[in-house]
Design a protein around this ligand. Structure first.
Ligand code: HAM
Length: 448
């Protein structure tokens, strides 16, 4: 029968044979975030459209061109989250985290949805690991989240990522800057795309990250915001740099980073790679001191970042970064006949209760077919049981790596398995480059 439908353009399946790599990246990120005091938050995949219009900004590409928006059956306008920050802020306010001791630190792993043109490293459904820190204006926090992102990349042994930072100021310095931008772009208004002609009036900074080739060419010569910072923003940026320096975190000040979302103020940063093509920004973030109050809360200086997990995976694969191996089953039980099948069910249950991975053939095929299946599953040990083994109460446990067979009692199977697999693991250990002599453990007091 023909396939009913294919996956939607810009989406990607993760298959069982590769999912351990995703799990490794995610567990590493969560683990490091926890060391910096971040606890996981889980928010819904869809929110009221208005949250993103007000949060991300209605002159951004994300809101104007890329959101998956629809009316639900109750006539509400709903949007699949294009990013994680707005939902995290909504939850922070709605659930009263804002009344707890500040700063509140949360992290998340989420799917995000943007209707963009798919290409390497750019999907319509993608995943982010992100952190948000609510309620601190200290530049210490800016340097700390950058250190957190860097620590994740270092632990994953990602190389050649450059950290680029900038300050885009506060509303005070932004007013002067907008005037300068308007002046600059007005001179070439006719050449701008229709969206940017509209942005020129409403939010000229957004022209700076327009993806249209003509607008981005014109934007190259535009004034840069760092030249318009007020004293407070300048001082903040200097302190961020100082706190990065003291941690030996290398960075480049890139005055052209403005980020594509409206909520940013002061520090913005990106980790960029040139090993994965045009979509080289693996992580982006910064401060958003006005977002919490724009969404109905008290004024709460905050900041965060998100890294694209698919881009990170691409980069790690391109650089041959180490991944742990996929886990293998500890035991496969080949069972022949009804009695042995019942025994196998019981042994699997006992083994799993002790934390081992134990499998048997649910299709009850021939011994040969079961052996082949066990081989495919790459189980570390095999055992074959039939009527004889069940009646006699013993069977042979085969180590599939060495081929070695050991007699094992079925009524004390789990402890027997534990001993055999432990001694084989110890024998595998090498001490000072020589094979470890397991027997020496028992040579007490120099006796032979
Ligand atoms: P963003 O720069 O829009 O920021 O996205 C963060 C990261 O998500 C990007 O650096 C990229 O790695 C990944 N990404 C974005 N779009 C796609 C796509 N279409 N396909 C694959 N990966 C993509 C934010 O989303 C902010 N919420 C980050 C933040 C958190 N700022 C403060 N807190």
């Amino acid at each position: 029968m023909a396939l009913i439908t294919k996956a939607i353009k810009g989406t990607k399946d993760v298959l069982p044979k590769e999912v351990h790599k995703n799990q490794y990246i995610e567990a590493t990120a969560l683990d490091i975030a926890e060391k910096f005091g971040y606890k996981e938050i889980r928010t819904p995949v869809f929110e009221h459209t208005e949250l993103f219009q007000r949060g991300v900004g209605d002159t951004t590409d994300v809101v104007q061109k890329e959101m998956y928006t629809f009316d639900d059956k109750g006539g509400r306008s709903i949007t699949l989250r294009p990013e994680g920050t707005a939902g995290a802020v909504r939850s922070y306010l709605e659930n009263g985290l804002c009344n707890e001791t500040l700063p509140q630190k949360v992290c998340y792993i989420t799917s995000c949805y943007r209707y963009e043109k798919p290409q390497a490293g750019r999907l319509r459904e993608f995943h982010q690991f992100g952190v948000e820190c609510f309620g601190t204006q200290s530049p210490l926090a800016d340097a700390e989240i950058i250190a957190l992102a860097k620590s994740i990349f270092d632990t994953l042994e990602v190389k050649d990522l450059s950290l680029e930072i900038n300050s885009i100021g506060c509303p005070k310095c932004r007013a002067e800057y907008h005037k300068a931008l308007k002046e600059y772009f007005s001179a070439r208004k006719e050449e701008l795309c229709p969206t940017c002609q509209d942005r020129l009036e409403r939010n000229p900074m957004r022209i700076l990250d327009c993806k249209s080739p003509i607008c981005s060419e014109i934007a190259k010569g535009a004034p840069v915001v760092i030249d318009y910072l007020c004293d407070e923003c300048k001082e903040h940026f200097e302190m961020v740099k100082k706190y990065l320096d003291v941690q030996n975190i290398e960075y480049k000040v890139n005055p052209h980073i403005v980020r594509g979302l409206d909520y940013y103020t002061k520090t913005v940063f990106e980790f960029v790679s040139n090993s994965i093509g045009a979509q080289g920004t693996v992580c982006g973030g910064g401060r958003y001191d006005g977002l919490v109050d724009a969404l109905g809360g008290q004024k709460t200086p905050s900041l965060g970042f998100a890294m694209g997990l698919e881009r990170l995976m691409l980069l790690m694969e391109a650089q041959n970064c180490p991944f742990p191996e996929a886990s293998k089953p500890d035991l496969f039980i080949v069972a022949l006949g009804d009695k042995a099948t019942l025994k196998a069910v019981e042994l699997c249950k006992d083994m799993r209760a002790e934390g081992f991975t134990a499998l048997m053939d649910l299709n009850q095929r021939s011994v040969r077919a079961q052996m082949k299946y066990a081989d495919k599953l790459d189980a570390r040990y095999n055992i074959v049981i039939g009527d004889n083994e069940v009646n006699e109460g013993t069977a042979k446990l085969k180590d599939m790596t060495t081929g070695e067979e050991t007699e094992i009692a079925l009524d004390t199977f789990v402890s027997g398995f534990y001993n055999i697999s432990l001694s084989s693991q110890l024998a595998d250990l090498e001490i000072n480059g020589e094979e470890f002599d397991f027997g020496s453990l028992f040579n007490v007091g120099g006796q032979e």
